[in-house]
Structure formats: C-alpha cells, structure tokens
Design a binder for this molecule. Structure first.
Ligand code: TRP
Length: 429
C-alpha cells in the first residue's frame, strides 16, 4: 500500500489563538507523529491575499503561524512544512484546474454564494466587492491538494465543500488527460474540542473573543479572569453545563483533573478560584512552548531557512509531477514531437482548421483527434482554393493522409498542393 499522505493549509491571516491550538495545531502535531503517514503542512499565503491587503500583516502572520506550529512541536525533519508561495507549481496547476472545472461549480461555492446573497439582500450588484480571487479560492485550494496527490485532508466542516470540488477537478482532469490525480478525502475532526471564547461563543477571530496562543502568563491570567460566568456566590454549587470556563479546562485537562473540577463546582468553588485553576492548567501546557516561540520569533532567519528547506522537499515532488502534467496537457517541447504516423493512427477524427494570416493569404491546418498538428498548408490566394484542397483531402483515405503528413514533416517548404499532386500520381500508378 502506498503511504497515506495528509495535507493541511493554514491561511496566514492572523495570530494563532487557543481555539486554533486546540482545534487544529495540537491534533495536527499529534497526527504527524503517526507511523506510516506522510504529512504536509503549509502556510497558505496566496490564500491570505484574498482577504488581506496589508502586506506587513501577511508577513507578520506568516512568521507567527510558522513559529507557533514549530513551538507546538511540529518537526520539520519529519513532515513537509513549507510556504505555499515558495512552490510555483501550485499557481501553475491552478491554471490547469481552472480550465477543467465548470464555472457553475464555483458559482455554487458557499463563500462566494454568501457574498452574493448579502449583496442581493442589500440591493447592490450581486458581485459588488467580490474579487475574482474569492471566486477562484476553491481552485487554488484544489491545486494545493492535488499537486501532492494527498489522500486525506483534515479540515473543519466549513471546508468540506472545497474538498469535494478538488475531487471534481481531479476527476475532470483525469477524464481528459489520463489518470494523474488521486481523489482526496476530507477528514472531519469532529472529536476535537471546539473551544469557547471569552463570551462563551465559539472562540473565533470574527467574534473578537479570543485568547492569543502565546499571550504572556500575566495576559493569559487576565484574559481567563474575564471569561463570562454567572453571578453565583462562593459556596453556592455551580453548573458545569454551559460553563465556558469548564469547557476550556476540559480541553486541556485529563479525565481525572476534569472530574476533580466537576466536584469542586458542585462543592461551590468560587469563580475566582476556578479561574485560577483553569489558568494554571493551561499555563502549564503552554509555558514550555512559549519559550520556544519567543526564541523563534527573535530569529526570523531561522524560520525562513526552515521554510525554504521545506519548499525544497515539496518541490522535489511538485516539479517532476508538474512536468508530467505539462506533457499530459500538451505543453511540450517541440523537438520531442512524436512521429506523425503513430499520432495519425491513434487519431480518431482528424480535423481541418482554416485561417487567414497577416500576409493576407488563406491557410489551413490538419489536426489529429488529440489536436496535434499533422500538417500545415502553404498560403492560398483565396479561401476557395484552400477550401478546394481541404475537400480533396477530406475525401482521401487515412493512409493517404499519413503519407501526406509524413511528406510535409520531411519537407515543410514544399506546398501542400504540389505534394498532393505527386501523391495522386503515386496512387494512380
Ligand atoms: N481554506 C483553508 C482554511 O481557510 C486553508 C487552506 C488553503 C487549506 N489550502 C488548503 C486547507 C488545502 C486544506 C488543504 O482553513
């Protein structure tokens, strides 16, 4: 069995918070230690450009996210850890996929549709403030995944549609050009905790209720102190159900520790003491990482070097794969053109294309079923002359066309009409 490849991207549009740590960083770092899997983690900085037009913020976020993942224990020797924009094969593949994906599929993408619905509700142009980048987002994401033929993509529920689109792109491409891509599968992380934020809703940047992953110990204490609770007095029994503080503790503590706090709630622990307990437990897990984090943040050159070496590993796979794909679609070196005979015989239906050049003359080309050039005519003075020639050739046998095409390849300077005439003589012998 081939090694299972897991791949995940992290958009470089913010500072990691505890919700990111519990929901994605910690499980991903643990998963990367599983034997028999190959993991790819990358900083999706091209994706960040869709949302953010502040260059310094993009750079800062790239540094912070890279430092956070490394501080959380991601081992760049063991996984492929890279920055999307260091792998030019990704935008190149994006274009290939753009050409095989139906536009209608993108029209139905949730993020794009939500923007359109909002505009429609406001009575503005449906595409107001929608960049083509937002529209194309799923294609870039498809390229991220397909360039490494990842089997599994751990994502949140909101990203599942994007993985389905990536499968669609893989199938469409394979259908046209042969089997090149594995159809990726989403792995939905349902059993990881979603962390509540300071106000009790899910911790999320868009709710402005986050605790930065690497807040200082003092800041962490202060922020945990500000988590909403009810107004029960010390000594009064407290509910664990619906307590954001309790849920937060649970995401860090062992079974036994959680049970102990549950008991303390029942016994009427004061909110101040409960907050102290939660703070100490979280700080215990984060303190060692915080140190690594600040060392890394003070040494951006080291992170840069780690990312570049990750990109080298990534490109060792992506570059040859992209050459294969370029060849598959027909972006090929002309000096390695396959012999005409074999291409003609493979061609189901050769076709003629007529056109006029800037010299004012009329030309045509003969293409095989794979759109490869079999021959190109000399210039005719009128479209009627060119048409006449096409008519003769259309009536000819496949064998005659092979011969003609071979002649043309050998001596492209001789006019087609002359070759044709000689061929007729040859045939009537
Ligand atoms: N769209 C993902 C998010 O916002 C980030 C991402 C970009 C990604 N490319 C990817 C995730 C490829 C998985 C695979 O969370």
């Amino acid at each position: 069995m081939t090694t299972q490849r897991f791949l995940t991207g992290i958009t470089t549009s913010g500072t990691p918070h505890l919700g990111n740590y519990v929901g994605s960083i910690r499980p991903a770092v643990r998963a990367s230690l599983t034997p028999g899997v190959q993991s790819f983690y990358f900083l999706a900085d091209y994706h960040a450009l869709i949302k953010i037009d502040q260059p310094d913020r993009i750079q800062r976020s790239t540094l912070e996210i890279a430092a956070s993942w490394l501080a959380a224990g991601l081992d760049p020797e063991r996984v492929v850890f890279y920055r999307q924009s260091d792998v030019p094969e990704i935008p190149e593949l994006t274009w290939f996929l753009t050409c095989v994906l139906g536009k209608g599929v993108l029209n139905r993408a949730h993020a794009y549709k939500a923007a359109v619905d909002k505009n429609t509700a406001n009575g503005t142009d449906p595409d107001a403030d929608v960049s083509a980048g937002l529209f194309m987002y799923p294609v870039l994401m498809g390229a991220d995944i397909l360039i490494f033929n990842a089997h599994k993509v751990p994502v949140g529920r909101d990203q599942v549609q994007h993985i389905e689109m990536a499968r669609d792109m893989a199938h469409s491409f394979n259908h046209r050009y042969g089997d090149h891509f594995v159809a990726p599968e989403a792995v939905i992380e349902d059993n990881v905790a979603t962390l509540p934020g300071l106000d009790g809703r899910k911790m999320s940047k868009s709710y402005d209720n986050t605790i930065p992953m690497f807040a200082s110990s003092a800041q962490l204490k202060k922020l945990i102190g500000s988590i909403v609770t009810d107004s029960k007095m010390p000594g009064e029994p407290k509910q664990t159900e619906g307590s954001a503080l309790f849920q937060m503790y649970q995401a860090f503590a062992s079974e036994a520790e959680t049970q102990a706090l549950r008991q303390a709630y029942a016994d009427g622990i004061s909110w101040a003491d409960a907050k102290q307990t939660v703070f100490e437990r979280i700080d215990q897990e984060l303190a060692p990482m915080r140190e690594t984090y600040s060392t890394l943040m003070n040494n951006p050159a080291k992170i840069e070097a780690i990312l570049l070496s990750g990109a080298t590993k990534a490109r060792a796979l992506a570059t040859p794969f992209m050459s294969q794909l370029r060849h598959a679609v027909g972006l090929r070196k002309l000096d390695a053109m396959s012999t005409v005979t074999s291409t003609v015989s493979k061609a189901a239906k050769p076709s003629f294309k007529q056109y006029r050049e800037t010299d004012g003359k009329f030309y045509f080309k003969l293409l095989n079923g794979q759109h490869q050039l079999l021959l190109q005519s000399h210039g005719f003075d009128s479209p009627k002359d060119a048409g006449q020639m096409i008519k003769h050739m259309s009536a000819a046998s496949q064998d005659a066309l092979v011969l003609l095409s071979t002649f043309w390849q050998l001596a492209p300077d001789i006019g087609i009409a002359d070759v044709w005439q000689n061929l007729q003589l040859f045939n009537s012998d």
